[in-house]
Design a protein around this ligand. Structure first.
Ligand code: ATP
Length: 319
């Protein structure tokens, strides 16, 4: 193996740049060459590929987004798309790949491995919804961004003695809601992994009011329902002055936190080490603070498990 390609695919996440930097620098350190591929699999098929030097990745570690850009390119799910990508790998002399993205991006990586081009996956998504890793690159930054907003909403909620439903991202997973709910001191956390009863939520809001709570914050994972729908349902139970806020895409941006930068750096370097060992079709994770890797096939069968102890913890802390 002489030349590694690297691409970012699917939704962007803070820390992707730190991962690109780590892959590039580790590979150069080992005497390998590195080529950047713009716009994920779309750029691979289009041949939007260029050499990366050590200085190309300088001043990137602290930046959000991905300087290789990202794209969704459904055509890559078809063999025809994959073969076009392989033609480009041949043309540019790329022997192996690092793919930073989510589950969908891993499917593309596995197809390339099956065609003889080893690809290692790094979990880059704010949702933290990938099996066999405690954390994904971008999650910590997203939660920190959510917390900044929750703290601000709390100010206005207190001033007007209002209940706020705050919808956070996470797709089908409740991780962002769980961590932000506990860290933000929310009265209620509503996640897809736990059933909820709107009448009980309304009841707890009433009880909180009676106890003299000035604000009530409900952190709602987007995978449950939209904030406005949840708010409308709550308002049917009485005059709570419930307001809803959807934090939206601010959660995907911003300078990565220390944790995301370090995680991305460790994982990026490890990806190069694994490729050097001839591994492909595997994805890197961090479990109990140790770097691990698993076959992508196992990952597709696996189920991500959020830390639901946080849910129970919050129930007892928010009385
Ligand atoms: P996120 O979690 O942020 O959405 P993701 O990687 O899961 O990230 P997807 O849009 O599902 O995002 O996938 C990203 C890209 O991976 C797709 O646009 C496509 O190019 C490629 N891809 C997805 N599914 C497959 C598949 N089954 N086979 C080959 N390539 C795929």
């Amino acid at each position: 193996m002489k030349r590694i390609g690297i691409l970012t695919s699917g939704g962007d996440a803070p820390g992707m740049n730190a991962a690109i930097r780590a892959v590039t620098r580790r590979a150069l350190d080992k005497g390998l060459e590195v080529y950047g591929i713009n716009y994920g699999y779309a750029g691979l098929v289009a041949g939007d590929i260029f050499p990366l030097t050590a200085s190309d990745v300088s001043d990137r570690i602290q930046r959000g987004g991905t300087f290789l850009y990202s794209a969704r390119y459904p055509e890559f799910a078809k063999e025809e798309g994959q073969l076009k990508g392989i033609e480009q790998l041949k043309k540019f002399g790329i022997d192996a790949l690092v793919v930073i993205g989510g589950d969908g991006s891993y499917h593309g990586a596995l197809r390339l491995t099956e065609h003889g081009y080893n690809a290692v996956g790094l979990p880059g998504t704010i949702d933290n919804d990938i099996p066999y890793t405690d954390f994904t690159i971008g999650f910590d930054t997203a939660v920190s961004t959510v917390i900044e907003s929750i703290d601000k909403i709390r100010d206005t909620a207190t001033s007007h003695e209002r209940t706020f439903v705050i919808e956070v991202m996470g797709r089908g997973a409740g991780d962002i809601a769980l961590w932000a709910g506990v860290a933000g001191g929310a009265e209620e956390i509503v996640v897809p992994e736990r059933d909820f009863d709107i009448a009980e939520v309304a009841d707890r809001i009433k009880q909180g009011r009676e106890k003299g709570k000035k604000h009530m914050l409900v952190v709602l994972a987007e995978g449950v329902m939209h904030a406005q729908e949840f708010t409308d349902k709550l308002n049917e139970f009485g005059d709570f002055q419930v307001r809803s806020t959807v934090l939206g895409h601010v959660q995907r941006g911003g300078s990565p936190t220390v944790r995301d930068r370090v995680l991305a750096s460790k994982m990026g370097a490890y990806a190069v080490d694994l490729l050097e060992e001839g591994k492909g079709g595997v994805a890197i994770g961090t479990e109990d603070n140790k770097l691990t890797y698993h076959s992508m096939l196992d990952l597709f069968d696996g189920k991500h498990k959020p830390d639901l102890e946080l849910y129970d913890l919050n129930k007892s802390l928010s009385r």
